[in-house]
Design a protein around this ligand. Sequence first.
Ligand SMILES: Nc1ncnc2c1ncn2[C@@H]1O[C@H](COP(=O)(O)OP(=O)(O)OP(=O)(O)O)[C@@H](O)[C@H]1O
Length: 211
Amino acid sequence: MRLIVENLACRRSGRRIFSRLSFSLGPGEAMMITGRNGAGKSSLLTLLSGRLKPDAGTIRAEGIGEATLPERLHVVGHRDGLKSALTASENLEFARDLLGHPAASPKAALEALGLPHVARLPVGYLSAGQRRRVALARLLVCRRPLWLLDEPTAALDLASQGVLAAMMGRHRAEGGLVVAATHQALGLEDASELRIEPPPPEEAVTAEEWA
Ligand SMILES: Nc1ncnc2c1ncn2[C@@H]1O[C@H](COP(=O)(O)OP(=O)(O)OP(=O)(O)O)[C@@H](O)[C@H]1O
């Protein structure tokens, strides 16, 4: 698939966060979104995921047939979205059945993330890094071409960062796309960088815009 973004603008609570962002990403390509705290990295991922409407501009995908863009992407965000009372395995089975590929194996996904020993533990008992790895394992059972990752290395030790880098490399080798908001290097070879800069000053926000 190809992701095409043109002249995108984002406004939150009446304040312009960024404007005029354009980029295109094709099979096997990766892009890092960088910028200071509050620049709008997570907001851009939320726009791409379809959970926030752009203030201006367009987001579209080519090569996805009848599917919609949200059906072809998977987000790993700050909130891991895991169900604490379910085991790691059950969380992955749930994700696979709801969003993923019937042939995907939760067991293999947990092994890929180095977590076979926690498969039967409720996720509520796991450490922050272990939970993050279960959230990343969901990428493997959902098998969607576009990965949207928000600070994916948060809470990961060095070994797990290496596992994630290898996982992203395999995904790209199979034609997948990766867009990652990050403050640190992720081991994404030949990735492009989109740095979000503060917008130029604008006139005071009007009451209508706040409404
Ligand atoms: N749900 C929301 N409603 C209103 N404003 C929001 C919301 N979420 C974020 N914002 C605002 O949008 C701006 C951009 O936030 P965002 O989280 O996208 O930045 P970021 O670049 O990801 O920051 P960080 O590096 O700290 O994670 C901030 O000023 C923030 O206060």
